[in-house]
Write a protein that binds this ligand. Structure first.
Ligand code: HEC
Ligand code: HEC
Length: 317
């Protein structure tokens, strides 16, 4: 009998704890809803996308808490609990498993210097830039994995959280630069690719990337990134080696804004719009599988599809 009473008492206590816990949680959710008009869990849970489908989530204490949880689960192994890039994979790898050391140091979020930005050289990236990098990964040599499988809200939350490691975000909020403008790429022609070759020479891209884009130019040996690690100029013959987007607009962005923290400079001040697209198409033409006619046909078909879609939407209205 005593045993039974004890069991009943225990059940009641556990029940009470559970109910209190649930009430506390739902009060938290209600507060969140009062502040933002929406609960965190009503936000986009899309997966598999690289570009965000939603516009981001307002930064609240609840979002940052969620971001910290994602960060501790997925990122500290490499980026470290303090976000300085000194996680166990980096520190212990160098001590115990030299053959598996990451070729690049995980980004130090306390410095807030980022490679992949739609914003001019030297400035902070946009939240969307960070979201895109985390989703696509910087997968050359398998160093920074792709996290596109995480629900979109987890990715927004971790973006907000990694920004808390550096004061730069608050200090520069007032004069944060806008993303550069990139128009739709023009159709490449044999002439524009040929003209791009001249721009490539004129800008001395081949000093680092080599005359045929294999990353073997005369300045290539001895290049280092800001962490003091050797870095090889990208091999343009293989698009899968790109850490950023290898699409025409992505290449335009890379040489216009530069990759901060690496020897890859920004050429924003040296090229006009025509030269930029010529250069984009020349860089793409160095790919092993590149074929001008196929590329033109594909782009034309996509352009035609866009027109067709517009017409059918217009017809429905
Ligand atoms: C296996 C190790 C590893 C893990 C896990 C990892 N990263 Fe990274 N991360 C790296 C490395 C290495 C780099 C630097 C890559 C480079 O410079 O090319 C990097 C770079 C970055 C960058 C910088 C992109 C830029 O434009 O400079 C961001 C942002 C980032 N990581 C976020 C995250 C987040 C968020 C997570 C967890 C969801 C995460 N990383 C998990 C290794 C890792
Ligand atoms: C001083 C050497 C240097 C010069 C000059 C240079 N690059 Fe680079 N570039 C690099 C390095 C190093 C990388 C690799 C960065 C990395 O791995 O993060 C790179 C990477 C790139 C990438 C690949 C980005 C990605 O997503 O992986 C592109 C595109 C590029 N460069 C284009 C150019 C063009 C076009 C020019 C000339 C207008 C040029 N580069 C001039 C050193 C240079």
């Amino acid at each position: 009998m005593k045993k039974l009473l004890a069991a009943v008492a225990l059940t009641v206590i556990i029940g009470a704890i559970t109910v209190t816990g649930m009430t506390m949680q739902s009060t938290g959710e209600q507060n969140e809803e009062m502040m933002t008009g929406r609960s965190l869990f009503n936000y986009a849970a899309a997966t598999g996308n690289i570009e965000p489908v939603s516009e981001g989530i307002p930064v609240t204490p609840r979002l940052l808490e969620h971001g910290e949880w994602v960060f501790r689960g997925m990122c500290i192994g490499c980026h470290g609990i303090d976000g300085d890039g000194n996680g166990a994979v980096w520190e212990l790898g160098a001590l115990y498993a030299k053959e598996h050391v990451l070729p690049r140091k995980p980004r130090d979020f306390t410095e807030a210097v980022y490679k992949l930005r739609s914003t001019p050289s030297g400035s902070l990236p946009t939240d969307k830039d960070l979201f895109t990098s985390i989703s696509r990964g910087l997968v050359l040599n398998q160093d920074m994995p792709a996290f596109q499988y995480l629900p979109e809200r987890d990715r927004w939350a971790v973006v907000a959280y990694i920004k808390t490691f550096s004061d730069r975000w608050e200090e520069e909020a007032e004069w944060q630069e806008d993303p550069i403008e990139i128009s739709e790429p023009p159709l490449p022609t044999a002439e524009s690719v040929e003209a791009g070759k001249e721009v490539y020479k004129l800008m001395q891209c081949e000093q680092c990337h080599g005359p045929t884009g294999k990353g073997d130019g005369p300045s290539a040996p001895g290049l280092e990134d800001d962490a003091g690690l050797p870095i090889i100029p990208r091999d343009f013959t293989d698009a899968s080696q790109f850490v950023g987007s290898s699409e025409p607009k992505g290449i335009y962005q890379t040489f216009t804004t530069g990759l901060d923290g690496t020897p890859m400079p920004s050429f924003a001040d040296f090229l006009d719009e025509t030269q930029r697209w010529q250069l984009v198409w020349y860089v793409i033409s160095l790919r092993t599988e590149f074929d001008l006619e196929t590329t033109r046909a594909k782009m034309t078909a996509e352009g035609v599809n866009m027109v067709a879609q517009l017409e059918s939407t217009a017809a429905q209205q």
